[in-house]
Ligand binder design. Structure first.
Ligand code: PLP
Length: 267
């Protein structure tokens, strides 16, 4: 018998051995938000908090086999994709995700790491735009990703391009927009836009985008409407970043478990 009190979130992404981003970040976020996470590995990366050194994609057949084994056994309430790496993986996964409709899907179109290293082959953006984004409940590009996906420079124009593919909503995150004092995230629906402003934190963070997209998937898995899932997801990611810590010599990573063991943690 299935315990339907705990929503299961199906995650697709790469492994970041530093635990800052990728599947480790996604799983931690879902668990912190009262969900269970099941995960499909798409790539092994070689990286630490200083940056990405290398990566290798998992065979598309093996990616699909992981997903099918989970889906035939475990009912999932929401899905989230992160690093998919190449068009062949998107092509292989698209029918699997289509078959799960209308389960909510969050697409984080990961094209590059925060320090700029590419995490995708040049054909990925077009494949995401034609095969996965049209079916998405929420797409979470940062501004550079929104520009690469659409060729449009302004957030509103890029979001409109993506909405035109058929997706339900686009959250263009402003963390990479260094021209602004506050970070401005913009949430676009068909005829509406909501801006949310957050004070910029000093330092560089790794995994804030993964945390945000997974938090939105977790809230959708709990049955919240997309507007509320996005609003709460932004708040959760912000709180994790504010309590971020520096496990190595490089970037900070968000603390997704700040509510746990407060007596054992200094912050
Ligand atoms: N997924 C993997 C496996 C990564 O290595 C990275 C960045 O290095 C990302 C996703 C994106 O991370 P962020 O949340 O910082 O955008």
């Amino acid at each position: 018998m299935h315990n339907s009190d705990i929503p299961v979130i199906l995650l697709f992404g790469g492994h970041d051995p530093s635990g800052g981003a990728g599947l480790a970040a996604d799983v931690a976020t879902c668990w912190a938000l009262g969900c269970h996470a099941v995960s499909v590995l798409t790539a092994v990366t070689v990286q630490n908090t200083r940056g990405v050194q290398d990566y290798q994609l998992v065979e598309p057949k093996l990616v699909v086999a992981q997903a099918r084994a989970l889906i035939e056994d475990i009912p999932v309430r929401a899905c989230k994709t992160g690093m998919l790496g190449s068009a062949v993986i998107v092509d292989a996964l698209a029918p699997v995700l289509d078959a799960l409709a209308p389960i909510p899907l969050v697409v984080d179109p990961v094209l590059a790491a925060d320090q700029g290293a590419s995490l995708a082959s040049p054909d990925l953006a077009a494949a995401l735009k034609s095969k996965l984004i049209p079916r998405a409940t929420v797409v979470t590009p940062n501004l550079p990703e929104a520009r690469s996906l659409t060729g449009a420079q302004l957030p509103a124009q890029a979001a409109q391009h993506l909405l035109d593919t058929g997706c339900q909503g686009v959250l263009v995150t402003g963390t990479h927009d260094q021209g602004t004092g506050d970070i401005v995230h913009r949430w676009y629906r068909k005829h509406a836009v909501a801006e949310s402003h957050w004070p910029r934190q000093p330092g560089e963070y790794h995994g804030s985008g993964c945390t945000l997209a997974s938090a939105i998937a977790a809230y959708l898995g709990h049955g919240l409407a997309d507007d509320e899932a996005v609003e709460r997801g932004l708040r959760f990611a912000w709180q994790a970043v504010v309590r971020g810590f520096q496990p190595g010599a490089g970037q900070y990573i968000p603390d997704r478990f700040w509510q746990l063991a407060p007596d054992l943690r200094s912050k």
